[in-house]
Design a protein around this ligand. Structure first.
Ligand code: MN
Length: 685
């Protein structure tokens, strides 16, 4: 009896916590909505009253927790109600119609979608054949994804459900623990990541990691604990120094120190082969400020207090991650001579980094879920994937495995792992091609790249690689890169190497034979580019005739359609197209016969062009520059900004943009010149 009382007291307290959280997150919630939430709680209590969790607790504890997590994620009342009721249809006599009558169609739909997912799982328990299990697990996932595409709140409820189940997983049988934990690591945590819900993502990861590798988890925990006192002492000092400077500048800021979560420490150690003491970004601080302009001001303060480490500054405010994540990241040399990671963001950005962009859009911008859904590009990919899978013959096992693999890859967006012929693992960014692989191994290998064998099949250089591919590069005896390669590579490094090659490269003398050949071939023919991927015409016409020799664009001046251009006959490589004002063109008088008149014929391609901006630095400038470019509907391929090192506060930024025509380029430059404090915007070179 005493135990019973304690339990009901506990339940009442959880319910109070739920209501308090809701009120805190949404102070403007209506009495009517609160009443509905209470009604849902009462129905769930009644429906589950004779059920117990494996832990022996009353079942209602579970939906209550799910609802609390949803409230903490700032979800709307409908989702919280659905969270309270999520196991009702499945396990009790109250059906969908009942819920629809009491709580409306939206809630009923959500509960049904969540239930549908769980039902497949239930059925699959009956079968013990492992292959059937795998298939049904996939079917289950597919259903969930389909439902998610319809309404993203379905997966959010499922994530909250998983979080509580993971917290009480110790009551499950060992083989189930392993299966559930693996699924969480493979599917649910990455989904949370893709939705930008980093808080629940790291919680799920840590719980799954602890159940899968209890020994490792314990070890890491202990080591973190050991260095904690020292760490706290250090962070206290850093915070004090920061607060002082920020107060002087009248910036209100909240400073949090943070230690990486278990699983990310573990993966970091695994990837780098380092010990826990060597992982320096174990320690970091987060500075939260009211406005965007404060972020840049704080960054300035941080960089005057401590030296920034080169190459570690990332501006995710100007260039947010695809899931909407925004923040400034920098790493500085801390007073103790070791690096310290610092994140700077606004309160709004911080909330979004924890709870995801879906919640943000819903509340800050009052968008409905359909609009939110369309905004999340990733969900579109999901939709495609699930539809493709639906078209498969469902009973074939290999397709199930394929679907799961594709899904897993889709969910791990950042990196792929491929193999060399000697089975060494090479890590590349997702979307990387055969060329990226070659350049990653060695610049020389990249430059001599001819084609490649991927899984023993010959493929073109632009072929995108997948995790697990075995890649072997076939080379020319000598470097033979093409400027089009810039478009084939994903990694910045490879792009730089190709650029550098063309910058260095001097035009070679054409041989006598070639001169003669060109002269002889001056007939009415359009010149063709040597086929690199698909034979395709270069939009160039030779004035007064044509020739059938390879044509390429000069890397030194990267001409785009609309530029005034000239052809230059080179030895062994046909004609190179330069801008007429290119500084690399030979000025020697006896070279003149090697020039040939050419003009643009049509527009078929997009060209990368670098624009350099010189400006007086100020808060928010970088953001304005990005805005000026995107206003012209031009894609930014890459942005590099130097922080002002000199006292005069002049900064330089370079943007690599996608240009179709010179008019577009002029438009971008004009737009940039109109930005306040811009001194000069010009094409680089
Ligand atoms: Mn549940």
């Amino acid at each position: 009896m005493l135990l019973e009382n304690i339990q009901s007291l506990k339940i009442t307290n959880f319910y109070k916590r739920l209501i308090n959280t809701i009120k805190k997150k949404h102070p403007d919630i209506s009495e009517q909505e609160l009443k509905q939430i209470q009604k849902a709680y009462e129905l769930a209590s009644l429906a589950h009253k004779d059920q117990k969790r494996l832990s022996g607790e009353h079942y209602i504890i579970h939906p209550l927790h799910v609802a609390i997590y949803l409230a903490e994620m700032s979800m709307d009342p409908q989702t919280i109600i659905a969270g309270l009721l999520h196991d009702v249809i499945e396990d009790t006599k109250y059906n969908e119609d009942y819920i629809k009558n009491e709580f409306g169609e939206e809630v009923a739909k959500l509960v049904k979608a969540v239930t549908k997912i769980s039902l497949v799982k239930k059925d699959s328990y009956k079968e013990n054949l492992p292959e059937l299990k795998a298939q049904e697990a996939a079917e289950n996932l597919r259903l969930m994804l389909l439902a998610t595409v319809e309404d993203i709140r379905v997966i959010i409820i499922k994530l909250a459900d998983k979080l509580h189940n993971m917290q009480t997983i110790q009551y499950q049988k060992p083989h189930k623990i392993e299966r559930i934990a693996k699924e969480v690591l493979d599917i649910y945590a990455p989904i949370a990541g893709r939705l930008g819900m980093y808080k629940i993502k790291s919680e799920l990861e840590d719980l799954a990691f602890e159940s899968l590798c209890p020994e490792e988890a314990k070890k890491i925990k202990e080591e973190i604990k050991q260095s904690k006192a020292e760490l706290e002492q250090f962070l206290k000092k850093v915070k004090k120094a920061l607060h002082k400077r920020l107060e002087e500048m009248n910036i209100k800021a909240e400073i949090d120190s943070r230690v990486k979560h278990l699983y990310s420490v573990y993966t970091k150690m695994q990837k780098s082969g380092k010990t826990i003491k060597q992982i320096y970004d174990l320690r970091g601080i987060r500075i939260i400020v009211p406005e965007i302009k404060d972020c840049y001001a704080v960054l300035g303060v941080v960089h005057t207090l401590w030296k920034p480490l080169p190459g570690r500054f990332k501006d995710y405010i100007a260039l947010p991650k695809p899931n909407g994540y925004q923040s400034l990241h920098t790493t500085v040399m801390a007073p103790d001579g070791k690096p310290l990671e610092i994140q700077i963001r606004t309160y709004e950005m911080n909330e979004r980094a924890e709870n995801g962009i879906a919640a943000h859009w819903l509340y800050k911008h009052n968008l409905d879920f359909k609009t939110v859904k369309n905004k999340l590009e990733w969900l579109q990919t999901l939709k495609q994937l699930t539809q493709e899978f639906q078209n498969y013959a469902k009973n074939r096992l290999e397709n199930t495995a394929e679907f799961l693999n594709t899904l897993k890859e889709e969910l791990q967006p950042d990196e792929i792992y491929v193999f060399t012929p000697k089975a060494d693992i090479i890590t590349l960014p997702k979307g990387a091609t055969v060329l990226d692989f070659a350049f990653k191994i060695h610049t020389d290998l990249g430059l001599r790249c001819k084609s490649a064998l991927v899984n023993d099949r010959i493929v073109p250089l632009s072929t995108e690689l997948k995790s697990g591919d075995k890649v072997e590069i076939i080379t020319h005896p000598e470097p033979k890169p093409s400027p089009i390669w810039i478009k084939y590579v994903k990694s910045t490094r490879a792009r730089q190497k190709i650029r550098a090659y063309f910058r260095r490269k001097e035009e070679l003398e054409p041989s006598k034979e070639e001169k003669k050949e060109v002269a002889e071939k001056k007939v009415e023919l359009k010149i063709k580019r040597k086929p690199s991927k698909n034979p395709k015409e270069v939009p160039i016409e030779v004035i007064g005739g044509g020739i059938d020799v390879p044509v390429r664009y000069a890397g030194c001046c990267s001409p785009v359609p609309g530029d005034k251009i000239i052809g230059y006959i080179t030895r062994g490589r046909g004609i190179t197209i330069h801008r007429v004002d290119c500084s690399q063109l030979p000025k020697n008088q006896n070279e003149i016969e090697r020039f040939i008149s050419v003009k643009w014929e049509g527009l078929t391609e997009i060209y990368p062009v670098a624009i350099e901006i010189t400006a007086r630095d100020r808060q928010g400038l970088y953001l304005d520059l990005v805005q000026a470019i995107t206003n012209t509907k031009t894609n930014i391929l890459k942005a590099v900004a130097d922080l002002p090192k000199e006292k005069n506060g002049i900064m330089k930024a370079t943007f690599l943009v996608e240009i179709e025509h010179i008019d577009q380029l002029n438009e971008v430059i004009q737009s940039l010149q109109l930005v306040k404090d811009v001194i000069e915007a010009k094409r680089k070179n």
